[in-house]
Design a binder for this molecule. Structure first.
Ligand code: 3HC
Length: 697
């Protein structure tokens, strides 16, 4: 008998228990253990019904994702599910936690399902670039019909036990926390009432009723926008449709073919990388797991602008009180009004109640006085990018804040050590770089200064989790990980336009790669003045930052979406960029001033210059130790800048393109275009010459 699946009889019920921490994933040992335990149950003459139940925090949470991409070891999951379904003794699945993917498919292979009211079920395979591959696309429609199945399978979203009951996915929902007791009670009822073995494969009413429905084409049309660039959601629709067109056994074959297509797609590899990378980033190399964390039960935020307001919302959303500081009452009122408007919009969409709006607003206390920060646990400064202003603020914080308070800056580029030098407690100073819109974007780039204490590092990573962000701990340098790479891309994109490309051509290459918006649409969103101010600061500091047509936009007051004009035009209330001939004229004038003869630029050149310059910078970031691992860079880009997760992040993508190919091209650009940004990173050169990848580091 396997150690991870056991068989034991309780009265007339044979209990099959899975115990494979952390989430009872269906690895090889579990699959073979399930078959062995089932066999025992079949042979146990005293067992009149069988119960499938799990130990630990959850029911089976799916196939073992770590086995993907490796040769499959028998028995495969579809045949395990089928063997359970074929059993002549009724099998009941008792669900707690989350029954996901192959886990829900196992439960669908059982003859009855009972769930705790706290449980959730779902088929999230699509989030890994897959479709349910153990009968989920054929069995779920037989219980829940086309609409619910398409919704669940193409979104991967979980549904609550109650919804699962309403949709026919489970047969009963019980309160309480003892899932085994609930399962045993249900199994005894099955025995006492002589309930039959009820195989989902034989329930054809729902699929017969919707045969020939046009819902599938409607669904595909809807996905064109929602699932732009993605492969597997469309395959999910094909697989579900097969349940309505083919007999069960043929539908299963079709599901398998489509599943294998997804399994072999590079998108699956990218999404699985992103899944594990998201979990790895919280395990910071060099920071012991048991590093103590400081209490954070109250937060002070300086600046009630777009950033400060968004940051405040993150804390209020999870019940942490915030003091929001501005220098002028007017700015404070304006900031609070915007926060309220954001919450009311969310309430209008039905995502929170009006009572929650009021609760959250009550947690955000406005103030004009630093004295109100005397006893907060964490302060986050979110004023504009100016070192002098920030140092003044940190000097003040040093005077008013209690010992041990964490003093954080939301700076997106500036030197954390210099900011910390304005205090007598540099060990308590850290960067907490949120991404705009701060209440939406999931990334929190936590930046360590050279003296930041370990418990401060651990605390800001824990805070990220608490406010439902993905925290990545990075080192201190200009722009840190994300903006340092972005600025290289931005500069290159601007140069491409200098040389002859149009902003919309550059943006299209990036959106075709899968970014939600291009470089210039993004500048408009962030505000053209942000980049302008950064360039001006660098010029003041004596750096050689060449003039650009983007400066002209800023000087003309075209600041982006907020002024309805930037690189593009925006109609009142719309975020859709519209090409503006005036900008073409401004660019043409700039080229003339600079004596540039525009040339035709290919999409391939745009792709290589925009992306490879980032990869080269990413390699420098890795060799300097600013990011500990390539996967940290990937997560910064996926969650901070909308890098398509199905490409796994920039460094994973670079591995797929080929490190050698990138190195050769970077070197060629260095020879032809010049510039430090094209000087091949030593790490890139080494990996290319050794035939290695960033993933191998
Ligand atoms: N396989 C292998 N490992 C898994 C796993 C899986 N299916 N699901 C989670 N894990 C691991 C995580 O990597 C993590 O490992 P770590 O501690 O070493 O970092 C650990 O389990 C705990 O996971 P989380 O940190 O995510 O814990 P949470 O409690 O926040 O979330 C969860 C639990 C909701 C189960 C979440 O982990 C999750 O969504 N998992 C993925 C579920 C999924 O996608 N299932 C479908 C798989 S594909 C499939 O089933 C194919 C089939 O149709 C043939």
């Amino acid at each position: 008998m396997s150690e991870v699946v056991t068989y034991q009889r309780e009265g007339a019920v044979g209990v099959i228990t899975v115990n494979y921490p952390p989430v009872n994933a269906l690895g090889h040992a579990v699959r073979s253990g399930l078959l062995a335990a089932l066999e025992q149950g079949q042979q146990d003459a005293e067992a009149k019904a069988l119960l499938l139940v799990c130990e630990g925090r959850t029911f089976i949470a799916g196939a073992d994702i770590r086995e993907f991409g490796k040769p499959m070891q028998e028995p495969g999951l579809p045949s395990v599910v089928e063997t359970f379904e074929r059993s002549d003794k009724p099998i009941i699945a008792a669900i707690h936690g989350t029954a996901l993917g192959g886990g829900l498919e196992m439960a669908l292979g059982c003859h009855y399902r009972v769930a705790l009211d706290s449980a959730k079920v779902g088929l999230p395979e699509v989030k890994l670039g897959l479709l349910p591959g153990a009968g989920g696309t054929q069995r779920l429609p037989r219980l829940a019909g086309a609409q619910v199945s398409l919704d669940m399978i193409t979104s991967g979203n979980f549904v609550s036990a109650d919804e699962a009951l309403q949709n026919g996915i489970v047969d009963a929902v019980e309160s309480g926390s003892d899932v085994k007791a609930v399962g045993l009670a249900f199994a005894r009822k099955v025995i006492d009432e002589g309930k039959p073995v009820r195989r989902v494969r034989d329930l054809n009413d729902k699929v017969d009723a919707e045969k020939g429905s046009d819902i599938f084409d409607q669904y595909r049309a809807g996905l064109q926008k929602k699932a732009r660039g993605l492969f597997s959601p469309f395959k999910c629709v094909d697989a579900v449709e097969a349940a309505f067109q083919l007999p069960f056994a043929d539908g299963m074959k079709r599901e398998r073919e489509l599943f294998m297509e997804c399994m072999e797609s590079p998108q699956r590899a990218g999404l699985v990388h992103a899944f594990f990378a998201e979990r790895e980033v919280s395990k910071v190399p060099g920071l012991a797991k048991d590093t103590p964390v400081r209490d954070v039960n109250s937060v002070g935020i300086i600046g009630a602008g777009t950033m400060g307001g968004g940051i405040a919302m993150n804390f209020a959303n999870v019940g942490i009180p915030v003091r929001l500081l501005e220098v002028k009452q007017e700015a404070l009122d304006k900031g609070l009004a915007i926060i309220r408007r954001n919450y009311e919009n969310t309430a209008r969409k039905g995502r929170i109640t009006q009572a929650q709006v009021e609760e959250r607003m009550a947690l955000i206390q406005p103030t004009l006085s630093y004295d109100d920060f005397a006893d907060v646990d964490l302060v986050i400064e979110a004023v504009f990018e100016n070192m002098g202003v920030k140092k003044d603020i940190f000097g003040t914080l040093d005077k008013v804040c209690k010992p041990g308070a964490i003093l954080a800056s939301n700076t997106s580029t500036l030197d954390i050590d210099e900011i910390a030098s304005a205090t007598r407690r540099p060990q308590d100073v850290v960067g907490m770089h949120f991404f705009s819109p701060a209440n939406v974007m999931k990334l929190l780039e936590n930046v360590c200064g050279s003296q930041t204490a370990d418990d401060v590092k651990a605390t800001v990573m824990a805070v990220a989790k608490r406010i439902k962000k993905v925290g990545v701990l990075v080192g201190n340098c200009y722009g840190f990980v994300g903006n340092r790479m972005l600025h290289q891309r931005g500069a290159e994109a601007t140069k491409l336009v200098n040389e002859g490309a149009s902003p919309q051509q550059v943006d299209k290459v990036l959106t075709d790669l899968g970014f939600p918006m291009g470089q210039f649409a993004m500048s408009d969103l962030a505000g053209i003045d942000v980049g302008y101010r950064i360039r001006e600061e660098r010029r003041k500091a004596g750096e050689d930052v060449p003039a650009s047509w983007m400066d002209k936009l800023a000087e003309e007051g075209r600041l982006g979406q907020k002024t309805q004009a930037g690189v593009y035009l925006y109609e009142e209330g719309s975020r859709k960029p519209v090409v503006d001939p005036k900008v073409d004229a401004l660019i043409a004038e700039f080229r003339k001033e600079q004596g540039i003869e525009p040339r035709e630029i290919s999409d391939q050149e745009i792709l290589e210059r925009c992306m490879y310059v980032m990869i080269n910078e990413g390699a420098k970031i890795l060799e300097e130790g600013i990011a500990a691992r390539a996967l940290d860079v990937d997560i910064v880009w996926i969650y901070g800048y909308g890098f398509p997760a199905y490409r796994g992040g920039p460094m994973f993508w670079a591995d797929q393109v080929g490190v050698k190919e990138i190195y050769d091209t970077v070197k060629r650009f260095h020879d032809t275009l010049g510039g430090d940004q094209w000087k091949p990173a030593a790490l890139l050169e080494r990996l290319a010459s050794e035939g290695k990848t960033f993933g191998s580091l």
